[in-house]
Design a protein around this ligand. Sequence first.
Ligand code: NAD
Length: 365
Amino acid sequence: MFEVKDIAEVNLADNPVLSQMGQFNHEQLVFCNDNETGLKAIIGIHNTVLGPALGGTRIWAYNNEMEALNDVLRLSRGMTYKNSLAGLNLGGGKAVIIGDSKKIKSEALMRRFGKFVNSLSGKYITAEDVGINPQDMVFVNMETDHVVGLPGKSGDPSPVTAKGVYVGMKACAKQQFGTDSLAGKKVAVQGVGHVGEYLVSFLAKEGAEIYITDVYEPTLKRVASEYGAKVVGLDEIYDIDMDIYAPCALGATVNDETLNRLKCSIIAGSANNQLKDETKHGKLVMEKGIIYAPDYAINAGGVINVYSEFKGLDPEWSLQNAENIYTTIEQIVKRSKEENIPTYKIANKIAEERIESVGKIKLPR
Ligand code: NAD
């Protein structure tokens, strides 16, 4: 049985491992050690009610093992919610490898990790995350088939992610402005990298008034001239007159400082962890009358894309499926209004409700 508990409400740091697993109802943790290759990893399996636990592997120079443990618990739980809300038959998992990716990575280490993944017989499916590149996953794949996001397979997830963000933005507009047309709406896109540029292309086609910023000048200039977007400063973006703020670069940009400056009435972008403090800023955003599309709901295109690889589906399937994000966001925003509860909490509830109801299905004998 699930319970909506904010991360901030739980103090993970000083508890013994099994108590920490109990806080968020994790199913399984696998501690992996190999002295020969220097591999120290933790695979976190949060929930497999909907299907095998899918989530990327991150390599990070954690300060200590507790930090790594906290991260794998938090991230694997997040994947359960993301996969459920995206309507996929996948549970939530994640793995962390402890160390500096520039120093520890080797073919042997990645293959040893692949053997650990393989030992779980498909209960956990891995993919790329921070510190890992496609070649690393090729090494993992030498030891296990339970890996997605391989070169030459489902490919760059960004167009699918951008499609999801675009339709999710439209669903917010429908609620806020009474129409889902973005024509003439002022949209500020922070970061015009992989996702941001595709998003700008959708917005330009619809006739939105687009404002963009990026730390990388050459891309910024090119995107501005290609799509007729106006360039604004890195910090100026928080002050401009806009209808929609689309963070597509960094996390935590919705915080005490920016909330005093943002004039938008919708926040909808691809970046992960947009709210600096989910509990505090999720509530504050709602009180200000801003519709916030929960990041893990609106940016689910990436996971939809890897799911298509896992199931051997056509890439077209991913783009079509990303369109369902419209309905998901619409449902979240409507329930948030009706129940007067921040959107991020409603998103969690919907994800939990799906897991509970699917979990009750009994197979006929
Ligand atoms: P990216 O690295 O291709 O693009 C990010 C862009 O942001 C870059 O152009 C970078 O120069 C710019 N940037 C960095 N710091 C900035 C700053 N301070 N202000 C303005 N711009 C800045 O990454 P991406 O794949 O486009 O992903 C964008 C965001 O969406 C990331 O937070 C990512 O985690 C998230 N996301 C991406 C996907 C996907 O399919 N690519 C899926 C889910 C979530």
